[in-house]
Design a protein around this ligand. Structure first.
Ligand SMILES: NC(=O)c1ccc[n+]([C@@H]2O[C@H](COP(=O)([O-])OP(=O)(O)OC[C@H]3O[C@@H](n4cnc5c(N)ncnc54)[C@H](O)[C@@H]3O)[C@@H](O)[C@H]2O)c1
Ligand SMILES: O=c1ccn([C@@H]2O[C@H](COP(=O)(O)OP(=O)(O)O[C@H]3O[C@H](CO)[C@H](O)[C@H](O)[C@H]3O)[C@@H](O)[C@H]2O)c(=O)[nH]1
Length: 330
């Protein structure tokens, strides 16, 4: 039986593929390579290049391979872009997920794991925020994911279909063995931007907003290592294979770091005192968001092993150096 990973050529999906392969699973990938890279998929893993919203294409893949479960990462992920072009997000994240699920139900695939996001909470009333907190996304990106969560709940009621929605907090870091990392050009994520600046790929970076109601005035986030996140999916897959029911889990460590603390960590691990400018706040950024994570620990037995900011930064920096060498060689 094969586990199908959509978006498996992207940042998180490619780590999932590595983790599944390491566990001896048979894996196949669907990706349209819009932000992913064919080289990120190991050569012995079949890569079907196409759109998850194209039902005929997906049906063909599902019929060709005996699929035991789908882990669905494919999507569009940039919050400000979703504000400028909401229809793109409702198509790629919501409508395409709908099309994929419809073919999955038609083909009798009953196990589905979905990439959701902490963005469904918006500005939480309480931190750490628990799964049953009020859901009030601040962006079309967050709403596009929340709509998918609601759709999956309805499908699970009506059909033989069980899902796990994992709400990722801020994903960062790279494979500790150096096999993968975040490779998207013009990335907007804080740790990636700070690592690029430390290595001279950007002349300077900015802190967006310094008068938030937090101890040092900058935003607080719960940064989770991409390898621990991949392991959360392995635990979710085991849960569904054991006959576990549909559920929603936060993926974070229940601790937060401010933007200034993250930048200090990157400066200290890299040994480079790069230039940082203070800039106005970015629209729609919540001041602080930290995951309550007891639910996934208790229900799925998830035990993170890389919850150390310096370690996350070290792996991210190593991957950034690898990308620079790769580009020099090209
Ligand atoms: N990176 C984060 O901090 C974060 C946080 C919360 C949730 N997520 C979610 O995790 C998932 C993966 O994110 P990522 O950071 O790896 O992003 P990414 O852009 O690196 O990966 C997305 C992958 O999906 C592919 N893709 C996009 N639309 C597709 C389509 N219609 N058909 C087929 N393939 C398609 C892209 O080519 C890419 O390889 C996304 O659903 C995202 O919303 C990410
Ligand atoms: O150059 C930068 C980049 C970011 N930031 C700040 O750093 C914090 C983290 O920003 P990121 O862009 O790294 O991450 P976000 O918290 O905005 O969003 C991420 O996490 C969310 C969940 O909380 C969503 O899932 C989303 O997809 C994902 O990009 C924010 O306060 C942001 O303003 C800076 O100050 N300078």
């Amino acid at each position: 039986m094969t586990v199908l990973v959509t978006g498996g050529a992207g940042y998180i999906g490619s780590h999932m593929v590595l983790e599944l392969r390491d566990a001896g699973e048979t894996v196949a990938v669907i990706d349209n390579l819009s932000t992913g890279f064919d080289w990120a998929v190991p050569e012995d893993v079949p890569l079907h290049v196409g759109n998850i919203g194209d039902q005929e294409f997906v049906r063909g893949v599902l019929r060709e391979r005996k699929i035991d479960a789908i882990i669905h990462f494919a999507g569009s992920i940039i919050v400000p872009e979703s504000v400028e072009n909401p229809l793109l997000y409702y198509r790629n994240n919501t409508a395409n997920t709908r099309n994929l699920i419809e073919v999955a139900v038609e083909c009798g695939i009953t196990r589905f794991i979905f990439s959701s996001t902490a963005a469904v909470y918006g500005n939480p009333e309480e931190n750490p925020v628990s799964e049953d907190a009020r859901l009030f996304p601040l962006s079309p990106y967050g709403r596009s994911k929340l709509m998918s969560e609601e759709m999956m709940a309805d499908v699970a009621t009506a059909h033989d279909f069980e899902y796990v929605a994992l709400r990722y907090f801020n994903v960062a870091g790279a494979d500790p063995a150096g096999r993968g990392g975040q490779s998207t050009p013009r990335a907007t994520h804080l740790i990636k931007v700070a690592c690029e600046t430390a290595l001279g790929r950007r002349p300077k970076m900015q802190i967006f907003g310094t008068d938030y109601p937090t101890p040092d005035g900058t935003c607080i986030r719960d940064y989770i290592h991409v390898k621990d996140l991949a392991m959360a999916h392995v635990a979710a897959l085991e849960h569904l294979r054991r006959g576990g029911k549909s559920n929603v889990f936060n993926c974070g460590y229940s601790r937060g770091f401010s933007v200034r603390e993250v930048i200090s960590a990157v400066k200290s691990v890299s040994g480079v005192d790069f230039e940082v400018e203070l800039a106005p706040a970015r629209a729609g950024d919540p001041a602080a968001i930290i995951a309550k994570s007891d639910k996934i620990r208790t229900a799925l037995g998830w035990r993170p092993a890389h919850a150390d900011l310096e370690g996350i930064v070290r792996n991210a920096l190593d991957w950034e150096r690898h990308l620079m060498d790769r580009q020099k060689a090209d």
